[in-house]
Design a protein around this ligand. Structure first.
Ligand SMILES: *Cc1c(COP(=O)(O)O)cnc(C)c1O
Length: 408
């Protein structure tokens, strides 16, 4: 089986279902019983893999992880309660107080706040660097740098980073490259091929199947030798390439209680089965809308890496052979004009979130970036005239017509 969807749908259960269920049931339970006192000891000592307690593993959660492993070819996968849980758990595993991260200037707002406020209190040092400036990245490396972190396509700036070249720098310095590929999940972006050692994903977005549930993923491609991370070196001697996920499951994720619920794992597992179908439709819609908006004289600028006018068109073609996702941004003539447009829309929803089946619109500067000062917003290229459209799977003419009547 080679295809993404076939692999997702036909991922084998690790254990045969007692009733031969074709769909992995939702194991709505907290704990699991053992045959004997010896068997429970074996499970706790890690001699025999077994589910003991749902905060650590559960068959429904595990099956979702196995499906992600099947479609990505990853070494190991962990499903968590949210995208933010994935990012925070990963950082707390790879870094300690006084350690250092090199991170893109253009970031999802909550990730920026996590690094700049929450983890700063615990002594994490962060250099925010424009990852397109490879010399600046090299110059920022210290002997305490534990990861380079960036997003495939930063939104709302729609900047694409040169992952293959960042991977070279990371390798030369024995640092893992961590990529948040939320807006271009597997199927749109193959992290392993392009040199991402780890991917973190908010599966709340594309994977959930249309905004059904909150969840997150840590995907370890097995390309970074964990003996090179000071916090994982000992464990790596025992479990080699599984050290990262083992440390999470047996310590950080377990202790922080960041598990996904079995219900959400089930919804996201269903979402994964239709990801390719939905992504094909919404990405095609996005390219068509981007061209359509580019041709409208009330709109100043359209940002979508799939447009030939985009400065990222070339790298985008390399990284995202299908299409670069289903988010686009555009500038109106003024903030007022952007609000008028939003208020006139009939079908497109005024809402945050990304990669819903429904087309969503938001004014980033006054909403998702509201906690930042005007200066910070401008530094992050979040301008007052900018609108973000997360394009859904509706019929393209309906989306176009709604925007047309809104722009009249
Ligand atoms: C939404 C999002 C997150 C956070 O994910 P949650 O599931 O909402 O916690 C992280 N990174 C990016 C790029 C996102 O869009």
């Amino acid at each position: 089986m080679e295809g993404f969807t076939s692999k997702s749908i036909h991922t084998k259960f690790l254990k045969k279902d007692a009733h031969g269920s074709l769909h992995m049931p939702v194991y709505d339970c907290v704990s699991f019983e053992f045959e004997s006192s010896e068997a429970i000891v074996d499970a706790f000592e890690g001699k025999k893999a077994a589910h003991a307690y749902t905060r650590i593993t559960n068959p429904t959660m595990e099956h979702f992880e196995q499906k992600i492993r099947a479609v990505t070819g990853a070494q190991a996968v962990l499903a968590l309660s949210s995208g933010m849980a994935a990012i925070s758990n990963l950082i707390m595993t790879l870094c300690g107080s006084g350690d250092h991260i090199i991170c893109s200037t253009y970031l999802f707002g909550n990730t920026k706040s996590l690094l700049d406020v929450t983890l700063k209190k615990w002594g994490l040092e962060v250099s925010f660097v424009d990852l397109e400036d490879l010399d600046a990245v090299k110059a920022a490396v210290t002997d305490k740098t534990r990861m380079i972190f960036g997003e495939t396509i930063a939104n709302p700036q729609m900047r694409v980073i040169d992952i293959p070249n960042l991977s070279k720098i990371a390798k030369e310095n024995d640092i893992p490259l961590v990529i948040d590929s939320t807006v271009t999940p597997p199927y749109l972006f193959d992290g392993k091929v392009h040199g991402a050692d780890i991917e973190v994903i908010s599966s709340t977005k594309y994977i959930s199947g249309g905004a059904t549930s909150v969840g997150g993923l840590i995907i370890d491609h097995g390309t970074f030798a964990w003996k090179k991370n000071i916090h994982l070196a000992d464990l790596a001697k025992k479990v080699g390439p599984f050290a990262l996920i083992a440390n999470l499951r047996k310590e950080v994720y377990r202790n922080l209680g960041a598990c996904i619920s079995p219900h959400n794992a089930n919804l996201q597992s269903l979402g994964l089965d239709t990801l390719a179908l939905r992504a094909d439709k919404s990405c095609k819609n996005t390219l068509e809308l981007a061209k359509f908006l580019e041709g409208n004289d009330k709109i100043k600028k359209v940002n979508y890496p799939g447009l030939t006018s985009s400065p990222y068109h070339e790298i985008s073609d390399v990284l995202f052979p299908n299409l670069p996702g289903s988010i686009l941004t555009f500038d109106c003539e003024s903030k007022e004009a952007s609000f008028v447009l939003m208020n006139k829309l009939q079908m497109i929803r005024r809402s945050t979130n990304l990669n819903d089946n429904k087309t969503l619109i938001i004014h980033p500067s006054s909403t998702i970036f509201a906690e930042f000062s005007e200066e910070e917003k401008l530094e992050m290229e979040v301008t007052p005239t900018l609108l973000r459209l997360s394009v859904g799977i509706e019929d393209i003419e309906d989306i176009k017509n709604d925007l047309l009547q809104g722009l009249e």
